[in-house]
Design a protein around this ligand. Structure first.
Ligand SMILES: [Zn+2]
Length: 594
């Protein structure tokens, strides 16, 4: 048994996928909103029987390995490692150098977390501890978030880790050291309050450090650089602890800073994460969407209005996320609001405003009277956002609202929005999404009639006899259906019951996946039928296929005969003419039957 088979044996696809998506049972299969393209109705199907998944919207599909590759954005090797880990299977065949590096980095990050955390409770860390106390962070929170303190020393951590057997290069690779222009290497985090940044599985992958004594030369916050295990644009703070509550409440609160996360967490909203220093990136949004499509942003007013935040919000709208804004009023961040007026925080969450309403409000705040000038100003600010909304119903709703408030005909606004879209298309922004749509169409699995007729034998025992009697292997022209059909015929000749797993054993891995995709597609298509396909329909389809195959063969012969005529090869011409006559007769007899 290969490792891959072993892992497949241990893990159930439902368990793996539901670790990332919220799935619902629908008949024999499960359904979910596809995480790989934007959609409002689920077309992502998971089959527990076949242990595969397939999206009928964008055409992606495969087994658990394919799923983890796609959703984690990793190569097969890494997917194998993740799933082996989950299955509790030790990998022996992996590149030992890479394993070694990853294990080392993880160890270094864990040891550094303990190191920093230890110093928070020591005399050296007193001022860091006092700072947390002043900000009302309680001891339980300090433990849960493993907050620490980096001593104000150039080689405290470096010494600590090298004494434990790690090389300077390894610690540097983990992002914990800095190298100056003279080539001197020393601790990156010094005299700072330390927040370990963990991945959704709860492993520390990076650190954020807040300065304790104000210093104009040093940044207030310092984060780890990109490392082999830390990708800033795909990481959010505290998702490991927030994910369960996020799923339960079907909602995530997004704040800007570490201290805000701590305050909101202590207030009892455990579905809170922070972007920590970046605006919302597409990568972060993809990860967030795995847990819930509903996000509440609690950003301070400066950043809520900033271009970077706006871009992040637009991306979120494009990805089909429901974005709401928490109004912080006069408070500069959630932390301050919770410390000074905890009741108002609760109310602010309840009253969170849909993002479009927020944009309406801010656009109308800027104008005093409805003049043609103001009409233009407001529509230019809002129409591009309406155009980004995924749902036509939402679009219509906001176009009407805008038309009411601006006292303009909806059709004028609609035309204006189309203008805007055309402009954008010219500048190439929409081109991308058109190409995307094109790709989606191409990816959509089309199954051929041959595949259909052969595969349905495995799904519908009632049709087995009809097909085996009527369908000749010479009717088939495609490689895969031919192979499949001959396997089925073999069983039938031996009078052995034909079942899926027997057939599957004789197929290569890629053919197995292909067969599963065909079957799941047929299952889904059949669900849409009011009545199951009958024998008569199948017979008709077999005739259609035979017809089609003969026409195909005739075309090939005709081409050959033309070549032979060009070469004046009379023998071949004679031979081919005979074959063509035979085929034509067959064809007309079928057509007469039909
Ligand atoms: Zn999809």
């Amino acid at each position: 048994m290969t490792v891959v088979d072993e892992i497949k044996d241990q893990l159930d696809i439902i368990e793996v996928v539901s670790g990332y998506l919220s799935i619902k049972k629908a008949g024999r299969n499960y359904k979910a909103l596809c995480p790989f393209h934007s959609e409002k109705t689920p077309s992502f199907v998971i089959s527990p029987e076949r242990q595969i998944w397939h999206c009928f919207g964008c055409g992606k599909g495969g087994d658990i390995f394919g799923f983890v590759k796609e959703i984690e954005g990793v190569e097969f090797k890494e997917a194998l490692r993740i799933l082996a880990d989950k299955a509790g299977i030790e990998l022996k065949r992996e590149d030992p150098k890479l394993v070694n590096e990853r294990v080392k980095l993880a160890e270094i990050n864990e040891k550094a977390t303990e190191f920093f955390h230890y110093f928070l409770s020591q005399d050296l860390g007193q001022k860091a501890f006092d700072y947390l106390k002043k900000r009302k962070v309680n001891p339980k929170t300090i433990e849960q978030f493993k907050i620490g303190y980096a001593p104000d020393n150039f080689n405290a951590l470096l010494d600590f880790l090298t004494k434990r057997g790690y090389t300077e290069q390894e610690i540097l690779k983990a992002g914990l050291l800095t190298q100056n222009e003279q080539g001197k290497i020393y601790d990156k985090f010094r005299g700072r309050l330390i927040f370990p940044i963990r991945n959704p599985e709860g492993k520390t992958i990076a650190f954020g450090g807040r300065i304790l004594k104000e210093n104009n030369k040093a940044p207030k916050y310092l984060n780890s650089p990109q490392t082999p295990t830390y990708d800033k644009s795909r990481t959010v703070y505290n998702l490991d602890q927030a994910k369960t509550e996020a799923r339960k409440k079907d909602q995530l609160i997004i704040v800007e800073g570490y201290m805000d996360v701590l305050a909101v967490w202590q207030k009892g909203n455990q579905n809170v994460i922070a972007t920590s220093g970046t605006a919302l990136t597409p990568g972060q949004l993809t990860i967030i969407k795995r847990y819930t499509p509903n996000i509440l942003l609690a950003f301070d007013s400066d950043s809520a209005g900033s271009e970077a935040t706006k871009r992040g919000i637009e991306t979120a709208i494009e990805k089909g996320l429901n974005v709401k804004i928490i109004n912080l009023g006069k408070y500069k961040d959630p932390d301050e609001m919770i410390q000074e007026n905890p009741k108002q925080w609760e109310k602010a969450i309840k009253d969170a405003m849909p993002i479009m309403d927020f944009y309406f409000e801010s656009a109308f705040q800027k104008i005093k009277k409805i003049t043609p000038q103001a009409q233009k100003q407001v529509s230019y600010a809002i129409l591009p956002l309406i155009a980004k909304l995924k749902s036509p119903i939402d679009q219509d709703h906001y176009l009407k609202k805008l038309s009411n408030k601006l006292n303009l005909e909806p059709k004028i606004l609609h035309a204006e929005m189309q203008n805007f879209l055309r402009e954008q298309a010219k500048s190439g922004k929409i081109q991308g999404s058109l190409r995307q749509a094109d790709k989606l169409n191409k990816n959509r699995v089309q199954i051929t009639l041959e595949e259909y007729l052969v595969a349905i034998i495995l799904l519908d025992p009632k049709l087995q006899a009809v097909i085996l009697k009527d369908l000749k292997s010479s009717d088939l022209t495609e490689t895969f259906p031919k192979k499949l059909y001959s396997l089925i015929q073999e069983k039938s000749k031996k009078k052995v019951q034909i079942n899926f797993s027997d057939i599957e054993k004789n197929l290569e891995q890629s053919e197995r996946t292909k067969l599963n995709l065909i079957l799941i597609k047929i299952e889904e298509e059949n669900k849409k039928l009011t009545a199951p396909l009958g024998e008569a329909e199948i017979t008709t389809q077999i005739q259609n296929l035979r017809n089609h195959t003969l026409v195909k063969k005739l075309k090939v012969l005709q081409k050959k005969i033309q070549e032979a005529e060009a070469k004046k090869d009379t023998d071949t011409i004679k031979d081919l003419t005979k074959k063509i006559t035979e085929l034509s007769q067959k064809l007309s007899s079928i057509q007469n039957e039909g």
